[in-house]
Ligand binder design. Structure first.
Ligand code: ATP
Length: 213
């Protein structure tokens, strides 16, 4: 498969490219230059040219890249034709926000079900998504292999162990806890508090002038 030949750094930029190319397609644009792409996605044009050569897309001078070709490639590579079901564990403030967020706008993933331990939340329907009791995790998750974790950090490890047993292949961990999983399971960790603190630190110690001063 083509996908295996793409370096990880390039693969990480794929969704970004896809979103922009999809917008261009909706606007009826047939082609795009690497300069235009570079300005829109904030990736330098040399990187874009290298990335796109992995996609088999060779830009022609004075013509640019064929939008239709790229879109087709991204759809296939990102499995956009196939909907990926996701489960969310922990329907607190953050979890509730995700249940209302339409991930399908930008990619073909959808939260299919949510779990919580709090009886008042179980049995409800938030943003069209059913909330089940955490005790039903194993029973309901058989067809879902991706999970978003928004439980309190003290609960993260125990729930992860259960998710591993259900055969989950990827976890997006929003708790501050570092969770341990077997090697065949991918965990992406997003700690919003840490990200925000890092941003504030960088603003203070590495201010950007952007040539405006
Ligand atoms: P957030 O952290 O998302 O802002 P919050 O402050 O409203 O949420 P937390 O205490 O962080 O609430 O809990 C997040 C959610 O996780 C709550 O809805 C809580 O009921 C749920 N929760 C707690 N323990 C478990 C568990 N063991 N299994 C499933 N859900 C749980």
């Amino acid at each position: 498969m083509v996908q295996h030949k793409i370096p990880q750094a390039t693969a990480k930029r794929l969704p970004l490219y896809y979103r922009f190319i999809n917008n261009l397609h909706h606007q009826g644009k047939a082609r795009v230059s690497s300069k235009e792409l570079s300005e829109a996605v904030k990736v330098d044009s040399a990187t874009i040219r290298r990335d796109f050569s992995y996609f088999g897309a060779l830009g022609k001078k004075g013509y640019g890249y064929n939008v239709e070709y790229l879109l087709e490639f991204f759809r296939k590579t990102l499995d956009q034709d196939e909907l990926t079901g996701v489960a969310l564990i922990g329907v607190g403030n953050l979890g509730t926000a995700f249940l209302h967020y339409n991930f399908m706008k930008n990619n073909n993933t959808k939260i299919m079900m949510a779990f919580d331990a709090e009886p008042s939340k179980v049995g409800s329907d938030i943003g069209g998504i059913p909330v089940y009791h955490i005790d039903q995790l194993e029973e309901k998750m058989s067809d879902v292999h991706v999970a978003i974790l928004t439980v309190p950090s003290g609960e993260a490890e125990g729930i992860t162990e259960r998710l591993v047993k259900t055969g989950v292949s990827g976890i997006l961990n929003f708790t501050p806890a570092r969770i341990t999983v077997p090697d065949n399971i991918r965990v992406h960790h997003i700690d919003l508090a840490v990200e925000l603190q890092a941003l504030v630190y960088f603003l203070k110690h590495y201010p950007l002038n952007g040539g405006q001063e």
